[in-house]
Design a protein around this ligand. Sequence first.
Ligand code: ZN
Ligand code: ZN
Length: 347
Amino acid sequence: MNVNRIELPQSTDALLVTKPENVRYLSGFTAPEDAWVLWRPEGGLLLTDARYAEQAPAESRLPVEIVNPREGRGFLEPHVRGLRVGYEAGHLPCAELERLGEATTARWQATAGIVEKARTVKTSEEIARIRAAAELADRGFAFVLELLRAGARERDLALELEFWLRKQGAEGPAFDFIVASGPRGALPHGVASDKVIEAGELVTLDFGAIVGGYRSDMTRTVAVGSVAPELRRIFDVTLAALEAALEAARPGVRARELDAVARGVIEEAGYGERFVHSLGHGVGLEIHEAPFLHRSSEDVLEPGMVVTLEPGIYVPGVGGVRIEELVVVTASGIVLLSHSPRSWTEV
Ligand code: ZN
Ligand code: ZN
């Protein structure tokens, strides 16, 4: 799999990559928690320990050096002697930076978001993996819809869905699934609880699968029997906000403008204060990654970006609605990766 060009800041000669998703992106190595990449304009080097002496060279696109981190960080010195080396300030612990400073003659410089920026535009192979994860999730939704009824427990639905996805080939759940029913629907991050679902409630399910290291992300809100008119109304407003955003999404549009389109629909309906999060986010090796679609985002949509659009309305004590689609930006517009019906559904 190819990766995009890594733009090192002019002030650095090399970058020490320690964040696992970035290590995996650059190398293809599937145990990135136990590895670093030293990236230089002329190429990279994967550093890992003896447990991976066989696996790392088999998986890594980069040359591999087996090191012994128990003996300190001296193994880096031959590669970084006298260089200006960037480190990932958002990830590297202070204690590790001290060890690097003591063990090498490099000048260490804080950097942020260098590999993450390259990761925003996906290759066709990355998109194929995300698409496969999203297709699995679509089938998982059809499965779990059969179990969704008054009397079911939120936690059981989440567990059944995760087990089903794994049996169908997912490497794991993309994150802790959200199953939020009734008043719990007002919690934007209501991870499945012991609560039993009751008739007359809305249920929000937010879930995804992992395929080849890449994640999917989708949310649906469904009604259990007939619900109070206000719940139906916030569903309709949320759906209208999502559809306005889908309509406006295309390459060249600013993320903040897209957020404003969806937010405008919700504000006009009088629920502006109840849309408490941003419109969406990039998805890939991480469940939340750049670009970020929020009010003050500087990001602009480009072909190859994979992002969510997920407006929501949360009314404390009453309930909530979120509907989330996963899309890939193309040269002329967007293509949906999630295909489950999003229209009003009563079970
Ligand atoms: Zn989600
Ligand atoms: Zn999301």
